[in-house]
Design a protein around this ligand. Structure first.
Ligand code: GAP
Length: 440
C-alpha cells in the first residue's frame, strides 16, 4: 500500500523513470524549481490543455480565444497593482541567513526550519515576485520589463480589440493558455509551486449586478470540468476565501482544492474581480474600456469580470497523484497510472507476442493504422509480455494489444484493459475503432 508520506517521492521517481517530468538543466545540477516535461509529460499536459480549450472555446459560442505576449508594456503591471502589491513578506534567519516567507507557520514559531536556530529572523520586508528583464541592448532602468506573473492582464488590455473584432455581446469571455513566471520565495513540492508555469485562464465579462450569479455558474462549471478528467470526487472540495485571503482585486473567490499528500491544495481559482481591472487600465492608459450595448447605445458600463484561473502544471500533478496506485496482481506488485483514457499520453500499446511467424508485420500494420487515425500508440517487441504490460501500466496506457498465434488463424488480437485486466478478442481490422470509441 502507498502511504501518503511517500506518494510524492514515488510519483517524482515514476515521472523521471517513464519520461513524464525531468528536472530542468539536470546535467548542470538542475535549476531552482523549474521542470521539463518529457515525452509522456508533454502529451499529458497537452491533453489537459486541449480539453480545457475545447470546453471553453470550441464547445461554446460565448468565449473567444487569445494568445497575448508574455512581455508587455511595464505600465500594465503598474495599473494591475503588481508593481506595488505583488509581494510576499520575506525574512532571513539570523543564524544561517536562509530566506523564508514570513507568513508560513514554521517561521511563526521563531525556529529556523533549516538550521533549527532560535536566534530569530530579521524584520519582514516585501519581496516582489515578478521577474524583471531588460528590453533592448542597454540594461538601464527605463528598459525594464517584466515576465508576466499571470496571463489575465493580456486579456484585459485586449478587451476592446476582441469586442470590436468578434462582435461578442456581454456576457462573454476570453480564454487564454500561456506561461507565467513568479520568483517564488519558497517553491517546491515538485511541479506544484514552480517559478515558471502555465496557466489556463478565462475572463468572463458581465453586466454589474449579474456578477454573483455568474460566479456561481462558473464555480459549478469548473468543478464539473475537473471531475470530467476522472479525478475522484472525494478528494475535491471548494474553499471560499475569507476576508484575509482575498486578493486585492477580488470581492469573492473560491478555490478548487485537491487533497495531496501535503494537504488540501488549491489548483484553480474562481474569482469575482469586479470592474477593478478594466477601471485601472482605463485610468492608466487613458483609453475608454466601457462596453456599449449595441441594442441601447445609452447603456454603457465598465464590465465586471468573473475569472477562472487554473494551473496546467498543478492540474497535471493532481491528475498524476490521483491516478497513481500500487496493487498486487497474481502475486506480483504492479504500479499503475490509472489515467482517464482521454488524458493518457499513449492510448494503446501494440505487442507482437514473438518476433517471428509474421506477428511483427501484423503488429506494425496495426500501429500504422493508429498513426493514420492520429491516435498515439506505441510499438514494443522487447522483453516478456508481462514486462511489456508492466511498463505500459506505469506509463498509464489504457489498452494493450497483443498479436499472437491465434491472430494468424482467425484475424483477432487480444485487447487487455489496464484497470480490469480483462482480455477480449477483437478483430484486428476493428481494433483502432474499438480503442477510439473507448478513448472518446
Ligand atoms: N489571474 C489570477 C491568478 O493568477 P492565482 O491564484 O495567483 O490567480 C492561479 O493563480 C493558478 O495558477 C493557481 O491556482 C495555480 O494552479 C497556478 N499557479 C499559481 N502560482 C503557481 C506556481 N508558482 N507554480 C505553479 N502553479 C501556479
Amino acid at each position: 500500500m502507498t502511504t501518503t508520506t511517500d506518494l510524492m517521492d514515488k510519483l517524482v521517481s515514476l515521472c523521471k523513470r517513464r519520461g513524464y517530468v525531468f528536472q530542468s538543466s539536470e546535467i548542470y545540477g538542475g535549476t531552482g524549481s523549474v521542470w521539463d516535461y518529457g515525452p509522456l509529460g508533454v502529451e499529458l499536459k497537452n491533453n489537459i490543455k486541449a480539453r480545457w480549450w475545447r470546453s471553453m472555446v470550441h464547445e461554446r459560442d460565448d468565449i473567444e480565444g487569445l494568445d497575448a505576449a508574455i512581455l508587455m508594456n511595464p505600465q500594465v503591471w503598474v495599473a494591475s497593482g503588481h508593481v506595488e502589491g505583488f509581494t510576499d513578506p520575506l525574512v532571513e534567519c539570523r543564524n544561517c541567513h536562509r530566506r523564508f516567507r514570513a507568513d508560513v507557520p514554521e517561521i511563526q514559531t521563531g525556529r529556523c526550519p533549516v538550521c533549527g536556530s532560535s536566534e530569530g529572523f530579521t524584520e519582514p520586508r516585501n519581496f516582489n515576485l515578478m521577474f524583471k528583464t531588460f528590453m533592448g541592448p542597454v540594461e538601464e532602468e527605463a528598459a525594464v520589463v517584466y515576465l508576466r506573473p499571470e496571463t489575465a492582464q493580456g486579456i484585459y488590455v485586449n478587451f476592446q480589440n476582441v469586442v470590436t473584432t468578434s462582435r461578442q455581446r456581454i456576457p462573454f469571455g476570453i480564454a487564454q493558455i500561456g506561461k507565467a513566471f513568479r520568483n517564488e520565495i519558497t517553491p517546491g513540492n515538485f511541479i506544484f509551486r514552480t517559478r515558471e508555469f502555465e496557466q489556463m485562464e478565462m475572463q468572463f465579462f458581465v453586466e454589474p449586478g449579474t456578477d454573483e450569479e455568474w460566479l456561481e455558474y462558473w464555480r459549478e462549471e469548473r468543478m464539473a470540468w475537473v471531475k470530467s478528467l476522472g479525478i475522484k470526487s472525494s478528494s475535491l472540495r471548494f474553499h471560499e476565501h475569507g476576508p484575509d485571503e482575498l486578493a486585492h482585486y477580488a470581492r469573492k473567490a473560491f478555490d478548487i482544492e485537491y487533497e495531496l499528500p501535503f494537504g488540501w491544495q488549491e489548483f484553480e481559482g474562481i474569482h469575482n474581480r469586479t470592474d477593478f481591472d478594466l477601471r485601472r487600465h482605463q485610468e492608466h492608459s487613458g483609453k475608454r474600456l466601457e462596453y456599449i450595448d449595441p441594442a441601447d447605445r445609452d447603456k454603457r458600463f465598465v464590465p465586471y469580470i468573473i475569472e477562472t484561473s487554473a494551473g496546467a502544471d498543478r492540474t497535471a500533478l493532481i491528475v498524476l497523484a490521483d491516478a497513481y496506485r500500487e496493487e498486487e496482481v497474481e502475486g506480483e506488485q504492479r504500479v499503475v497510472l490509472g489515467l482517464h483514457p482521454r488524458l493518457a499520453p499513449i492510448k494503446a500499446a501494440i505487442f507482437p507476442l514473438v518476433k517471428k511467424d509474421g506477428l511483427p508485420e501484423i503488429a506494425e500494420r496495426i500501429h500504422t493504422e493508429f498513426r493514420a487515425a492520429a491516435i498515439h500508440s506505441f510499438y514494443d517487441d522487447s522483453g516478456s509480455i508481462g514486462k511489456r504490460y508492466r511498463r505500459q501500466d506505469e506509463a498509464g496506457t489504457p489498452f494493450g494489444i497483443t498479436v499472437d498465434g491465434q491472430t494468424g488463424e482467425d484475424g483477432t488480437v487480444t485487447v487487455r484493459d489496464r484497470d480490469t485486466l480483462q482480455q477480449e478478442r477483437v478483430a484486428a481490422d476493428r481494433v483502432v475503432t474499438y480503442v477510439a470509441d473507448r478513448v472518446r
